[in-house]
Design a protein around this ligand. Structure first.
Ligand code: NAD
Length: 502
């Protein structure tokens, strides 16, 4: 059985931990690898490597750091097919979706290629007579990233390209469910010319994470995962004096107005609810239909489309499937339990995905697309993040009730409105309590040159990931105010004891 190891100081580092976690191919249900669960000493070794590499890397001109990013981007492109297959085989998502996630990560690498410009700081001449001010955006030191299973490529790439390009060193702790991609990243970064120790990978669970959050040499922690863990990461890292951004779970609603183009909306909702088997933090899992007629028409269109969906393995010889399996047997069981609970709590189960089997893949972790109507706000399928292919429809009488429903939910990651009315769209984007808003766009994930992050209990910490917030997160500002005395020309430099005003 292949063991997924660590990558420390430029090479694979064999762990002596006796703890392992199995890694499966979700489409077959077979174990393909095991991943090491690192102990404290191994995690500290990675931090030591990153700490030792920091001074030289931080001093390297940004232009040279950017050139490593350019080479890394080219390598990602050359290796795209192999990498996408690796993701599909460990995560389960279909091949083209795996290509899509690598591409979204690659766009952050492209953004990081512009670091000489992004890290310039500010300059003001003559803030007072003969006095100039400029700011330096300096790297922090060792930064760490703790990432979820659902985007083994994109989420780490939300973090480390900017961290590294700004002159920090990095330790990545990937999800133990699909850990292999992280080692590919490490190998490609080395091939791109990244000095040893600048990027390290430690595989593990809470034991490794706790070392990363408490070691005094670590300056900043980025986390993406579920809300209870995000909250734990934020409070622990903050209590140990670290800068922290922790992105949590979601329950993304769309508000479907009666004037929407319903065909367009139904198509958009299908992809956003069932793509990647609903295992996306920006998956659309709740439709708030305004008016019964809107609700009736929508569920009719969705039911027709669900019948046409192809569910099966992520990699096939013929036409691609629309949706693959979910990540583990435990996760499949959890999703099915939610469906049972929804049924018991009185929601109308229009399409039930619990009993789907895929020919030739009977042991795979497949759950079919599931649709509930007449869902009420106190049901667990409404309140909680299911993270599977389960879409719930809630009916409301008007815009205001729909908006209030969305705003009262615990999570506020993304949201969308479907309408033809500009005024409703404008009002919605102003009043809704969510970090990312789509107008006739079901999954409004910001591009790499904007920043990604939710509101409410979908995020802990003030700065979002990538874009200008990413650069801010991984740098600290130092403002220099300078005067060059022209002692030969000025008559006197008397001491002043009052607050200087210009
Ligand atoms: P998870 O919280 O179980 O795990 C995330 C990471 O935390 C993993 O690396 C895991 O090893 C580690 N971890 C787990 N338990 C821990 C503990 N007790 N102490 C320390 N570390 C621990 O999340 P997941 O199941 O891998 O991913 C799915 C979740 O991630 C969903 O809730 C989804 O919404 C969320 N997510 C959010 C975003 C976002 O941008 N807001 C993006 C992707 C995923």
């Amino acid at each position: 059985m292949e063991t997924v190891q660590n990558f420390i100081n430029g090479q694979i580092s064999e762990s002596n931990s006796q703890r392992f976690s199995p890694v499966f191919n979700p489409a077959t249900g077979k174990q393909t690898r095991q991943v090491v669960l690192s102990n404290e000493a191994e995690t500290e070794k990675a931090i030591t490597a990153a700490d030792s590499a920091f001074p030289a890397w931080a001093k390297m001109p940004p232009l040279k750091r950017a050139r490593v990013m350019f080479a890394f981007k080219a390598l990602l492109e050359t290796n795209m097919d192999r990498l996408a297959r690796l993701i599909s085989n460990e995560h389960g998502k279909v091949y083209s979706d795996a290509v899509g996630e690598i591409t979204r990560g690659l766009e952050v690498v492209e953004y990081a290629c512009g670091i000489p410009h992004l890290q310039k700081g500010e300059h003001s001449a003559n803030v007072g007579t003969g006095v100039d001010s400029h700011s330096l955006m300096q790297p922090l030191g060792v930064c760490v990233g703790i990432t979820p299973f659902n985007f083994p490529a994109m989420v780490p790439m939300w973090m480390f390209p900017i961290a590294i390009a700004t002159g920090n060193t990095f330790v990545l702790k990937p999800s133990e469910k699909d850990p292999s991609f992280a080692l590919e990243l490490a190998a490609l970064l080395k091939q791109a010319g990244l000095p040893d120790g600048v990027f390290n990978v430690v595989n593990g669970d809470k034991q490794a994470v706790d070392v990363l959050l408490t070691d005094p040499r670590v300056q900043a922690a980025s986390f993406v995962g579920s809300t209870p863990i995000a909250e734990y990461i934020y409070s622990t890292a903050s209590a140990h004096g670290k800068r922290c951004q922790a992105l949590g779970g979601a329950k993304n609603h769309c508000l479907l107005m009666p004037d929407a183009d319903l065909d367009m909306a139904a198509n958009a909702i299908m992809g956003a609810a069932y793509g990647a088997a609903g295992e996306r933090c920006m998956a659309l899992s709740v439709v708030v239909a305004v008016g019964d007629e809107t609700g009736d028409q929508l569920v009719e269109k969705l039911q027709a489309q669900i019948k046409e969906m192809r569910v099966g393995p992520g990699i096939v010889d013929g036409p691609e499937n629309d949706m693959g399996p979910v990540v583990t047997a435990q996760h499949k069981a959890k999703i099915c339990d939610y469906i049972t609970a929804g049924e018991q709590q009185g929601a109308s189960l229009l399409v039930d995905g619990r009993h789907l089997t895929v020919d030739g893949h009977e042991a795979g972790y497949f759950v079919g697309p599931t649709l509930f109507d007449n869902v009420l706000p106190d049901m667990s399928i409404y309140k909680e993040e299911i993270f599977g292919p389960v879409l719930v429809v809630v009916r409301v009488p008007n815009y205001q009730t729909g908006l209030e429903l969305i705003n009262n939910h615990e999570f506020g990651n993304g949201t969308a409105i479907f309408t033809r009315d500009g005024e409703s769209a404008r009002q919605f984007s102003e009043d809704v309590l969510a970090g990312m808003v789509g107008i006739n766009v079901p999954i409004p994930v910001p591009m790499a040159f904007h920043s990604f992050g939710g509101w409410k209990r979908s995020v802990f910490g003030p700065l979002n990931v990538h874009g200008s917030d990413g650069v801010r997160f991984y740098t600290r500002m130092k403002t220099v105010t300078s005067r060059w005395p022209a002692s030969v020309r000025l008559e006197e430099h008397a001491s002043s004891f009052v607050m200087p005003t210009m």
